[in-house]
Design a protein around this ligand. Structure first.
Ligand code: CMP
Length: 139
């Protein structure tokens, strides 16, 4: 079924000017970018977005990294978009990511891993609403 998922191109990727190459991967895999904006996350926003991880040892580093430069937040739409996007991204740890995936090609390490994607349909809806008003999403 047609779904939407939230994607973030992370600061390690915007710093290396990889936005277009990453977007090409989404489009080549049949996902449409139906909303997109380049923003600088505040510490409060990064902490709230990643709130589910706040007890994890990597939380402080993650918030610091995510606020270290611009990010591109986007809504991807397509058949089975959540799972499809996760397949295109590859494993969180780039050393474990399959060849041809975004993280295998571009990620620097497990933290600076170039992209975020929602992990399920319900979190996708929450994450999309965190960044976008309905009128900003044009399918
Ligand atoms: P993301 O898919 O955005 O979800 C949580 C993020 O935390 C993850 O990608 C990485 O950027 C970061 N992170 C840093 N260290 C770890 C780790 N050990 N395990 C999982 N995620 C990590």
């Amino acid at each position: 079924a047609t779904e939407r998922t939230l994607s973030i191109i992370k600061p390690d990727a915007t710093r290396r000017n990889l936005t277009g190459r990453i977007n090409a991967k989404f489009e080549e895999a049949g996902l449409r970018i139906v909303a997109q904006k380049r923003i600088r996350l505040t510490k409060d926003q990064a902490e709230a977005f990643y709130g589910v991880h706040k007890e994890r040892p990597f939380f402080a580093g993650l918030v610091s990294f995510m606020t270290s430069g611009p990010v591109v937040v986007q809504v991807l739409e397509g058949d089975d978009a959540v799972a499809r996007n996760r397949a295109i991204m590859g494993a969180t740890d780039p050393r474990k990511a399959e060849a041809g995936t975004i993280r295998a090609e571009f990620a620097e390490d497990i933290e600076a891993n170039s992209v975020h994607g929602s992990d399920a349909a319900d979190t996708a809806a929450q994450e999309i609403a965190f960044f976008f008003a309905g009128v900003e999403i044009v399918g």
